[in-house]
Design a protein around this ligand. Structure first.
Ligand SMILES: Nc1ncnc2c1ncn2[C@@H]1O[C@H](COP(=O)(O)OP(=O)(O)OP(=O)(O)O)[C@@H](O)[C@H]1O
Ligand SMILES: [Mg+2]
Length: 174
């Protein structure tokens, strides 16, 4: 087994399965909770509770989040079936705190080459420009990091296109 640290998660990579735990930044979490609480009570002075929750959630999404790893793990648990054959399946999750995913083998691709020749839409480039977010699984290259909302949204609408583009890119650059 070996351990790899990502920005928001740490992966414990075994032969068959990989465990992903969120990296939680306590200081940021405290700041986040304080900001959300203050915003909510401030909004409540002028808006209904429902509207205040909506505005507060909007504000919350714009700040750096100490709980981003939990949210990413949550998405990887919620969406794999809907995202199709381009993602490595997540087998188990306990509230986004502990995810178990199939292990994928590294995709040996240069980051610069992928960035300069990317066949994918720019909208999810945070994920798709980094070859470390892909790996070989069941004979195909798939995404092993799909915890970002942009890639989720993109795949929900374009999963067949993405699969085709990825297969073509892999075939042409072997
Ligand atoms: N299923 C897997 N199989 C093999 N390696 C994996 C798997 N999941 C994650 N990894 C490795 O762990 C690293 C970190 O995982 P991941 O990319 O999911 O975390 P992150 O915090 O979302 O990363 P980022 O820094 O891209 O935001 C990956 O780049 C990859 O090298
Ligand atoms: Mg990643």
């Amino acid at each position: 087994m070996h351990i790899v640290k990502g920005t928001n998660r740490v992966a414990f990579i075994g032969k068959k399965y990989t465990v992903k735990l969120p990296r939680i930044a306590p200081r940021q979490v405290v700041r986040e909770v304080s900001l959300v609480t203050r915003s909510f009570f401030h909004c409540c002075k002028k808006l209904s509770i429902k509207e205040s929750i909506k505005v507060t959630l909007g504000i919350w999404r714009t700040v750096p989040q100490g709980t981003a790893g939990i949210k990413a793990n949550f998405k990887e648990w919620k969406y794999p079936k809907k995202l199709g054959s381009s993602v490595v399946p997540t087998r188990f999750s306990f509230l986004g705190l502990f995810n178990v995913m199939d292990t994928a083998k590294p995709w040996h691709m240069s980051q610069k080459y992928l960035r300069d020749n990317s066949p994918f839409e720019h909208i999810a480039s945070h994920t798709t420009d980094n070859p470390r977010n892909f790996g070989w699984h069941d004979g195909r290259v798939k995404l092993l990091d799909y915890g970002d909302i942009n890639i989720v949204k993109y795949l929900l609408e374009n999963k067949a296109l993405f699969r085709r583009q990825l297969d073509t890119f892999v075939r042409e650059n072997r």
